[in-house]
Design a protein around this ligand. Structure first.
Ligand code: ATP
Ligand code: MG
Length: 433
C-alpha cells in the first residue's frame, strides 16, 4: 500500500492509500463515523460505515482525540470536505490510544491564552499553530535564498559575548567557566562587521536575547534576527537590500504557503502588494506626519508602537524612516556629513500596526570618531579594542541592518501577538514549557 502525506492526497484521487498520523476529531452518526485525521502536513476527513467496514468502524467508534493511527482507505474528491478530498476508511491500526482517564487537554473550543501557552508543546498540533510554523519556515527559507542569491556569505556570530553591543542594561548574564562572566548576545552586528571586512558581504542569522522588561505583543526575550553587513556599502544600499529581502520573504510565503494563509484567514491581497519600491521618508517628515495626526512627538523623541502605527498607516507596504537623531541612536552609527545631529540610520515599519521589523545604519568607519562615541556612551574602550582594530586596518564605509524574524512573520500571518510565531516563546514571565 502506498503511504502518502495528506497535503498530496489530491494526487491519489480514486486510489487506496495509507496515511500515518493522529485522530484530530471525530463525529459519530448512527452507523457512520466521520473521523478527521492530521499528519502534520494537513487534515483530511474520513468516513467509515458499520455495514461496509465493521472492524474499522468499531476501532474508530469512541476513539480518543490525538490517538495515533495508521489508516488505509480510498481517496475521493468531496467538495464539502476541508481540503477538497476525503478518505473512505477501510482499515485502521491504532498505534497508541489516548486514555479516557487523561484526555487531550486542548479541545476544539476556545481556550484562554495562558492555558494554551502552558500547553504549548501540544498547542502546536492544532491546524492554526501548525500553519504558522510552516509559514515561519518558508519565510526563513526564502530569506536565506534571497541573501545567498545577493552574494552574501553566512557567517554565524557567537551567542556568548564578553561585553554588550549597546550597553549592559538589557543583557542576560551567564556564569561562564571559572567564574568568568559572559553575556548572551543581543545582536551579532559587531562580529559581522569583522567578517564583512574579511569576506565583503555577509550575514548572520540566529537567536538573540534581550533582558528588557517589555511586556508588549511585539517583544520576546529570545528572538531570531537576520543581520546583513557589507563592506563598501552605504545607507541607501541597505535600504534597497531591506526592501528586497522583505519582499522576497512575503512573496515566498504567498507563493509556497497559500493553504496555510487560508487556514489563518489572512488577506492575501494585502501581501501580494508587498513589492519594491517601499516608500521612504525622513525622521523629520515622520515627526510632521505625527503632528498632523495630533501626536505630541517632537524632534529628538524615539518612536514607540503608537507612533509607528500612525506613521505606517498611510502606506500599503512597509515604510522606511531614515535619518533619526544621532542622540537617540547607537554609538556606532555614522552621523550625516552635513547634518551631524542626524544618523545615517533607518527603521522599516511594517503595515497594519506591526511596527519596526528592521533597524539598520551605516557604521562609523573613522577611528577617532568611534573612540569619541564610545567615550560619550561610557563604554569600556578596552573591551572594544578588537572592534577598533577594524578601523585600524583598512577601514572602509560599511553598513548593515537587523531584521526581526518573529515581527516579520507575525505581520505576514496577521497574528495578534508575536508569541504565536515561534515554536516555544520566551517572554518576560514565561520560560515554560
Ligand atoms: P524596539 O524598539 O521595537 O523594541 P529595537 O529598536 O530595540 O526594537 P533593534 O535593536 O533595532 O530593535 O533590533 C532589530 C530588530 O529586531 C527590530 O527591528 C525588531 O524587528 C527585532 N526586535 C528587537 N527587539 C525585539 C524583541 N524584544 N522581540 C522580538 N523582536 C525584536
Ligand atoms: Mg531599532
Amino acid at each position: 500500500m502506498t503511504t502518502i502525506t495528506i497535503e498530496n492526497a489530491g494526487k491519489y484521487d480514486g486510489q487506496e492509500v495509507t496515511v500515518r498520523g493522529w485522530l484530530y476529531n471525530i463525529r459519530e452518526s448512527g452507523k457512520l463515523v466521520f473521523p478527521i485525521f492530521r499528519d502534520g502536513t494537513g487534515i483530511i476527513q474520513g468516513v467509515c460505515s458499520l455495514k461496509e467496514n465493521p472492524e474499522a468502524f468499531e476501532a474508530l467508534k469512541g476513539l480518543t482525540q490525538e490517538s495515533s493511527v495508521i489508516v488505509t482507505g480510498k481517496i475521493r474528491a468531496e467538495q464539502r470536505a476541508p481540503g477538497g478530498y476525503e478518505m473512505g476508511v477501510s482499515k485502521i491500526q491504532i498505534v497508541q490510544r489516548v486514555s479516557e482517564a487523561t484526555p487531550f487537554p486542548i479541545q476544539l473550543k476556545e481556550h484562554g491564552v495562558d492555558f494554551l501557552l502552558d500547553q504549548r508543546h501540544l498547542w502546536i498540533r492544532t491546524p492554526r499553530q501548525a500553519s504558522i510554523l510552516r509559514i515561519r519556515a518558508e519565510a526563513v527559507r526564502s530569506a536565506r535564498e534571497f541573501m545567498d542569491g545577493q552574494g552574501y556569505t553566512l557567517t554565524d556570530a557567537p551567542m556568548f559575548t564578553p561585553a554588550a553591543c549597546e550597553g549592559t542594561s538589557t543583557l542576560f548574564e551567564v556564569n561562564y567557566i571559572d567564574d568568568q562572566k559572559a553575556y548572551l548576545t543581543q545582536s551579532g552586528q559587531l562580529y559581522i562587521e569583522a567578517t564583512a571586512m574579511a569576506l565583503g558581504k555577509v550575514y548572520t542569522f540566529g537567536p538573540t536575547f534581550r533582558a528588557e522588561k517589555s511586556k508588549t505583543r511585539r517583544h520576546l526575550t529570545e528572538f531570531w534576527m537576520l543581520e546583513p553587513e557589507a563592506a563598501y556599502a552605504e545607507l541607501p544600499d541597505m535600504m534597497d537590500l531591506g526592501e528586497g529581502l522583505v519582499s522576497a520573504m512575503v512573496q515566498g510565503v504567498v507563493k509556497n504557503k497559500p493553504r496555510e494563509l487560508e487556514t489563518l484567514k489572512r488577506d492575501i491581497k494585502k501581501l501580494e502588494n508587498i513589492k519594491p519600491p517601499f516608500p521612504r521618508i525622513t525622521y523629520e517628515e515622520a515627526v510632521g506626519v505625527l503632528a498632523k495626526n495630533g501626536n505630541p512627538a517632537k524632534f529628538g523623541d524615539d518612536f514607540g508602537g503608537d507612533e509607528e502605527t500612525i506613521i505606517s498607516s498611510s502606506f500599503d507596504r512597509p515604510v522606511m524612516v531614515h535619518h533619526y537623531p544621532t542622540a537617540i541612536k547607537a554609538f556606532y552609527m555614522q552621523p550625516d556629513h552635513e547634518r551631524p545631529d542626524l544618523a545615517l540610520s533607518f527603521d522599516m515599519l511594517a503595515p497594519e500596526g506591526y511596527g519596526e521589523i528592521i533597524g539598520g545604519s551605516q557604521r562609523i568607519h573613522d577611528y577617532d570618531l568611534l573612540v569619541k562615541r564610545l567615550k560619550e556612551n561610557n563604554l569600556p574602550i578596552e573591551s572594544f579594542q578588537w572592534y577598533l582594530d577594524l578601523r585600524r586596518y583598512g577601514s572602509v564605509p560599511h553598513a548593515g541592518f537587523g531584521l526581526g524574524l518573529e515581527r516579520t512573520v507575525a505581520w505576514i500571518c496577521g497574528t495578534e501577538h508575536i508569541r504565536e510565531v515561534i515554536p516555544f516563546p520566551r517572554m518576560i514571565y514565561r520560560v515554560y514549557p
